[in-house]
Design a protein around this ligand. Sequence first.
Ligand code: ATP
Length: 238
Amino acid sequence: TAGAELLGVDALTAGYGAAPVLQQVGIKVREGELVALLGANGAGKSTLMRALSGLHRPVMGGMHLDGVALEGLGAEQVVGLGLVLVPEGRQVFPELSVVDNIRLGAFRCPDRMEERLEAMLDRFPRLRERAHQRAGLLSGGEQQMLAIARGLMAKPRVLLLDEPSLGLAPKVIEDLFGVLDRLRGEALTIVLVDQMASLALALADRAYVLEGGRVVAQGTAAEIAGDSALARAYLGAH
Ligand code: ATP
């Protein structure tokens, strides 16, 4: 029961120098949907996330959030509109405490800070146990939870998650997907890039498959998961 279109990418072309990395990419995300972006390493998924977040300037094409054009906006402005990236590699501040990392997510919207911090520590009990430790001492899975908590503090209308399971042990990945499932249940709109294609598809409403910077397939998660040729070619299945 997805709502109206909230995030859109139209004919987006982007690259680094001469070679295009994204070519004519089109994507739509409706309110409350979880959309998976799949594809091999180098397909352009991170570039798309960075373009949406104002961190990489595309060559051509459009991007919009709830009707507001995103092209040309800076990263801070994009966050202010509610498009929030949890970047690949977590990028927590290792010298700061866990709670200070979480507070940083709310730097643009510091209202009811301590109350919202408490709610976040309720959601992530492992972070509460380590609230006053330096973030650099957390495990990879805990740092990923911290990066998500920080992102949620920015009051996202759409949360972009870039490779959250990267480098994590299977049990930790299971916990992580449990967290994502809960966010999905709360009707948060999510765009998920993850190499764990079958887990991502189990959670997603719809999916896009990128290859060589182009969208080569799209459909409901069930359609993409059920396409055996696609699974063999792009999703790491055998
Ligand atoms: P991965 O899962 O490996 O991050 P991806 O699908 O997210 O893959 P991108 O990171 O978007 O892919 O990279 C797409 C292509 O752009 C790759 O060929 C990559 O080498 C190239 N690329 C990425 N960042 C840069 C950069 N800063 N300068 C030059 N080329 C880059």
